[in-house]
Every structure is written in C-alpha cells, then in structure tokens.
Design a binder for this molecule. Structure first.
Ligand code: PMP
Length: 298
C-alpha cells in the first residue's frame, strides 16, 4: 500500500504517496498513541464525513490529545484529497498520532500529526459475500471493560485485540470473528457491529464497551423508518441459536449478512435484505444528511 502514485494529505499539505513517512521513535508506534477513522466514498462523495471527522476528534480527546486541525478544516482537506485522487467508490483513512519528540509513555509534549489517505476500494469481502453471507467464529479474545481501555475511542491500540481475533478466525477458516465482551456478552466483530433478527424484531447488543458505529446508528434509524422493531440489550452467547437472521454493520462492511456463527446457521432473510437495500440506497441518494449536503456545496 505504501508504493503507489498519488498524494497523501499530511499535517496540512499534500505530499507524494511514497514520501508520507514517520520516524521510528514515534509515540504512536511504541505506546499506541494514535486514533483513526474509516470512511467510505460513494459516487465521489464521503458518506457522513462530518460524523467521522467529529469522531476522530472525540477519539483523540479520549486519549488526551487534541487534533491541531478543526473538523471543518479536515472535512475540506478530505474533500480536496478525494477529488484530487479521482476516487469514485473508495475508502478514506484519516489517522492522528503522537510524534517522536521524546521517548516514554507520557503523552504531553509530543507533536500531534494528522494524515488522510484515500484509495479505490469497491468491497471488503468476496463479491458474492452480500448474497451468501459470511461465517463468524467466536473468538477467545474479548472486548475490554470501560475502566480497562478507552472503549469509546477508535484507538489504534485497541485494534491489537481485533488483529489477534481476526488472524485466529482466518486460520480456523472463518471470514471474521465474533468477540464477546469482558462479561461474556455478545459484543461485535473485528470491524463491525452485530445485529440479530428473531420474529421480525432486530436485536443488537447495548454498546456500553465497544464502538457504537455510525453505520449501526444509521441502520437503527432505517429500521425506525421501515417500522422494524428494535431491542438494544445484553445478548448472551447461549441465545445465538434462537435467531433467524444475523448481519454486521460498518462503514467498510456496510450491511453484511452473516451465514453462521460457529455451528448456528442463519438465512439471508427479509429483514436483513430490506435493511441492506435501504442502506445501499441511502449512501448514494441525494439526501444523505447535512454532512453529505455540505460535501457538495462549493
Ligand atoms: N466496531 C469496530 C471495532 C470497528 O472497527 C468499526 C468500524 N469503524 C465498527 C464497529 C463500525 O463502526 P462504523 O459503522 O462507524 O464504521
């Protein structure tokens, strides 16, 4: 990914893609002092751009540092970058991290860097994954407690757990992992939130120790529009056999049907399909909310 033509936005300027490098003594590398975002470009526009940029700022605050560019400045830089790179259907990766001014866990005094990169990226899983659904295996790794880690932040340091879980799932022949939380409740996948359907009602875990995704909220709103009842609650793994349908939500995953979790099988049913179609329409529609409208204004 580092050997490409094009530009990356780094600390306020466009730099050639291959020159967007950092020092080996970076705090973000040694101690995990970094936060990031994942955004999706549809038809040349970033979906819910301002929500993502605001979450980048909020994640940095959770880790105790401030991003030296305003939300409006980063939104503008993102739009300029997407346009300059000519991205039509792709992904944007904003990242902010503490620099290499000193060594040690203390965060104060480190310069905060920010970068934005974008590339074409049509889908995350195989092209037929949306029709067939993906297979999840329950991980032995768990989401930590809110007094153990900054669980509300999209913090790079938290993604070690996801990498361990995802690599084990890959080795075991699954497409992704389901992580339980520190109490043993069903939590989320490695980069997406989880929904289950029983008797036409949506059930999703209460997001009290993991990222309450922007897509999760979008799907909850769409369920409201479509008259689909929703229950947010703690879900025990012993209940997983009682549901008819299951899907994941995330910026990259979109609405991704799940075919199985361990030995439990699900169908790509009516509720999942209705929400997946509504989401696919929304991300490309003219009315994508205030943030999207701002994205097209001059
Ligand atoms: N959980 C985790 C761990 C994630 O990495 C993501 C992707 N950002 C999500 C949930 C879904 O969040 P969103 O819908 O905002 O992309």
């Amino acid at each position: 990914l580092d050997d490409r033509d094009g530009v990356i936005w780094l600390d306020g300027a466009f730099v050639p893609w291959r020159d967007a490098r950092l020092h080996v003594l970076t705090h973000g590398l040694h101690y995990g002092g970094g936060v990031f975002e994942g955004e999706r470009v549809y038809d040349g526009r970033v979906f819910k751009l301002t929500e993502h940029t605001e979450r980048l700022h909020a994640s940095a605050r959770e880790l105790g540092f401030a991003i030296p560019f305003s939300v409006a400045e980063l939104d503008e830089a993102t739009r300029a970058l997407v346009q300059r790179q000519g991205i039509v259907n792709g992904y944007v990766r904003p990242v902010a991290w503490r620099g290499s001014e000193h060594i040690g866990v203390a965060g104060a005094g480190a310069f905060v860097h920010v970068a934005l990169a974008t590339w074409e990226w049509p889908h995350v899983f195989a092209a037929d994954a949306k029709e067939r659904g993906i297979r999840l295996g329950t991980s032995r790794w768990r989401r930590p407690a809110p007094d153990t880690a900054p669980v509300r932040a999209k913090a790079a340091s938290l993604y070690n757990i996801c990498t361990l879980a995802r690599d084990a799932a890959d080795r075991d022949g699954f497409d992704d992992a389901l992580l339980l939380d520190y109490r043993g409740h069903v939590a989320e996948a490695t980069g997406a939130n989880l929904f289950l359907v029983a008797g036409g009602t949506l059930h999703t875990p209460t997001a009290d120790c993991f990222l309450a995704g922007i897509t999760r909220q979008t799907v909850l709103d769409l369920a409201g529009d479509l008259g689909i009842p929703v229950v947010e609650r703690h879900i025990a793994p012993e209940e997983l056999g009682r549901f008819d349908e299951c899907f994941l939500t995330g910026t990259a995953y979109e609405v991704q049907p799940v075919r199985s979790i361990d030995a439990h099988e699900y169908r790509v049913g009516r509720t999942t399909t209705a929400l997946a179609e509504a989401y696919a329409r929304l991300v490309r529609s003219a009315d994508r909310g205030a943030a999207a409208r701002a994205a097209v204004s001059p």
